[in-house]
Design a protein around this ligand. Structure first.
Ligand code: ZN
Length: 204
């Protein structure tokens, strides 16, 4: 029987590539030279989307293309959606930055993402929508303390292969469990929805 505090979140991986992904990929490919962008889109269009994303990341890295943090975040979410974040995430993080003054968000470096996620888990008390999940913080808002976190389940072999949900959380950083309504959290099934919620801060 499920304990009463069992998370009421989807059991299936939320990975749901959509028709919007091609224009998203095309927009990111436009950072490359025209011939390279054409090659990348050809790969996408023959159904090799995962290779197309990995190839795009490689060219961005090796050609020293400077990324805005907005582009970096969008590329991260596209990679996640197509199941290749684990293999290309480090390289996305390693791409050069434009050094903009007012980035909408920042991708967390892997070590810090795990540590901060662990601290965040300590704030999650019984009855919270994220109770029972392992949290890996992915992006932090450039304007407020909100973070976009990936929510995994703990399995015998380690964390679940894919994040099961995404959440935008406003941490209290009190390092202890809070009332069920804190830390404030909005849970999403897709990474794009969560990114949109993180971005909403810019428009307020
Ligand atoms: Zn914010």
């Amino acid at each position: 029987m499920r304990p009463p505090t069992a998370p009421a979140l989807p059991k299936e991986s939320p990975v749901a590539p959509s028709v919007q992904d091609r224009p998203r990929f095309a927009a990111l490919s436009s950072l490359l030279s025209a011939p390279e962008a054409a090659t990348a889109l050809e790969l996408w269009d023959i159904g090799e989307q995962e290779s197309a994303i990995a190839g795009l990341v490689d060219v961005l890295l090796h050609e020293h293309v400077r990324l805005t943090e907005r582009s970096r975040g969008q590329l991260a979410v596209l990679a996640e959606t197509w199941g290749v974040w684990d293999s290309v995430g480090d390289r996305i993080g390693a791409c050069e930055a434009t050094g903009e003054e007012d980035p909408p968000w920042q991708l967390l470096r892997p070590g810090r993402a795990e540590t901060s996620g662990g601290e965040l888990v300590r704030e999650i008390g019984p009855g919270h929508v994220l109770r029972g999940f392992e949290l890996v913080i992915w992006l932090e808002c450039g304007h407020c303390d909100d973070v976009l976190t990936r929510a995994y389940t703990r399995e015998a072999s380690g964390l679940s292969f894919m994040a099961l949900s995404y959440a935008v959380v406003h941490p209290t950083w009190r390092r202890s469990a809070e009332a069920p309504s804190y830390p404030r959290a909005s849970v999403f099934t897709t990474a794009y929805e969560a990114l949109g919620a993180l971005d909403a801060c810019q428009n307020n």
